[in-house]
Design a binder for this molecule. Structure first.
Ligand code: GDP
Ligand code: MG
Length: 442
């Protein structure tokens, strides 16, 4: 791996004051190979290396890390920065409805699939009504493909009318969206195997009619050097506002991300990670930087591991609630979940009839300091107390407060909150049972 090679280069630097030019040059040769290996376009590699060189030469050699680790960190930080910095940029939905989103890209890049995925995502996460429309008149089955995706996703698609041009379909989509009050219209377009003038003229005409709030360039993460030409051509013709990188589930190292971003300046907004409709994720620059450098998707792995753990825990708690058993140990487990995930939603989402309650809980009000205090209070209780909170009277409260470094008032507040929550859950259970009965499931 690159980090090993770099450690080798820099091990002998240990104890010297600053990173020297020759040493940095040697390390950057390895970085350059790693980038080319990850299919980053050549001119982009060149620029990037120049930028890192500037930062690295003369940098103080830190005491606590090896110079190898240090340059990996410098390279990694520069990569993350160039990929758009920490955090994902969301798809822009701040426009007057119906908000047109235009999908463009080469044939086979994943436009149609992504249109379906995005429709599903906007509908479920943002709770906006989405209309899908295929303007692909090139391939006979293309419009049908989107319609079927829409059916699977539960997203409405524009009825297919034979014989219309892409521009005519775009107009009809917008008219329909206005008339039937859709919030978002996703316009899927035809691609070609390579950039050609006719394709560009066509998408430009569509853009002029649709005036999209977002023009998403869909790029296959497996495409290598020529991805740059694609991106440049689309950007010059249309003004790309965001990039979707598909097939990130494959073994592509994701170098295309760096190239795309460098050429268009547009943020990479989403990553396609599979053929399923749910396989669309926010783009995380830190993860892709690690992947490009061959450092492994450590963050991603860790997150995935903790996600499954959280899910199991949430399911366990949900099952206890459903059985009418919910004690302070469950409450403590729930607090741990909340502080880890920052929200109650994942637990509540598993309970029938919890939708309303979910809306009532303002997650932003959850204060981590309070969560910690509550966890400490529960930690100072005996097992018997946690299982049967009713036995906690005045003297026990005093002991618990002293043990957790809190006050009796804090203990009371926690018990009250637990009580409220149990009541709420009992009520919700009843609602849920009714709901299940209505559907003939209980
Ligand atoms: P279009 O020609 O740009 O509309 O591309 P399609 O949406 O029809 O996708 C072409 C193929 O790529 C289909 O078989 C998709 O299932 C597949 N595909 C799209 N996105 C992804 C992805 O993120 N991962 C994987 N593994 N396959 C994908
Ligand atoms: Mg298509």
């Amino acid at each position: 791996a690159l980090s090993d090679k770099l450690s080798g280069v820099f091990d002998r630097l240990r104890g010297r004051g600053t990173l020297g030019e020759a040493d940095v040059a040697e390390a950057l040769r390895e970085v350059r190979l790693a980038l080319l290996d990850a299919d980053v376009a050549l001119p982009v590699v060149r620029d990037f290396i120049a930028r890192v060189r500037e930062r690295a030469v003369g940098a103080e050699v830190l005491e606590s890390v090896t110079p190898g680790q240090q340059i990996v960190k410098i390279v990694n930080d520069a990569l993350v920065e160039q990929l758009g910095g920490a955090g994902a940029v969301p798809v822009n939905l701040n426009a007057a409805a119906p908000i047109p989103i235009l999908m463009v890209g080469l044939q086979g890049s994943g436009k149609t699939t992504t249109a379906g995925k995005l429709g599903l995502r906007i509908q479920t996460r943002e709770r906006r009504r989405v209309l899908l429309a295929s303007l692909d008149t090139q391939r006979p089955a293309a419009q049908l493909q989107l319609q079927q995706l829409g059916e699977r996703a539960g997203v409405t698609s524009l009825p297919i009318v034979a014989g219309q041009t892409p521009v005519e379909i775009a107009r009809r989509a917008l008219d329909t969206a206005r008339r039937e009050v859709f919030d978002v219209v996703i316009l899927d377009t035809a691609g070609r195997l390579s950039i050609d003038a006719a394709l560009m003229d066509e998408v430009r005409a569509i853009r002029d009619v649709a005036a999209p709030a977002e023009t998403l360039l869909v790029v296959d993460a497996m495409t290598g050097q020529d991805a740059v030409n694609t991106a440049r051509a689309f950007n010059e013709a249309l003004g790309v506002t965001g990039i979707v990188l598909t097939r990130m589930d494959g073994d592509a190292r994701g170098g295309a991300a760096l190239s795309m971003r460098a050429v268009t300046g547009a943020p990479i907004k989403l990553a396609g990670t599979g053929e399923k409709l749910e396989a669309l994720e926010d783009f995380h620059p830190e993860r892709v930087a690690g992947r490009i450098l061959g450092l492994g998707d450590v963050v991603g792995l860790v997150e995935k591991a903790s996600e499954t753990l959280d899910e199991q825990e949430a399911e366990r708690i949900a099952a206890r609630i459903a059985k009418g058993k919910f004690d302070l140990e469950d409450y403590a487990a729930q607090l741990r979940q909340i502080s880890k995930m920052g929200s109650l939603s994942s637990i509540l989402g598993m309970l029938p009839g919890a939708g309303k309650l979910k809306a009532q809980i303002d997650d932003s009000k959850l204060d981590t300091a309070i969560l910690k205090r509550q966890a400490a209070i529960i930690g100072s209780m005996t097992r018997a107390e946690r299982r049967a909170p009713d036995i906690i009277k005045a003297s026990r409260k005093k002991r618990i407060a002293a043990g957790s470094g809190t006050s009796v008032q804090d203990v009371n507040r926690l018990l009250k909150q637990f009580d409220d929550m149990s009541t709420m859950m009992k009520r919700m259970n009843k609602l849920g049972q009714k709901g299940l009965m209505r559907h003939g499931l209980a």
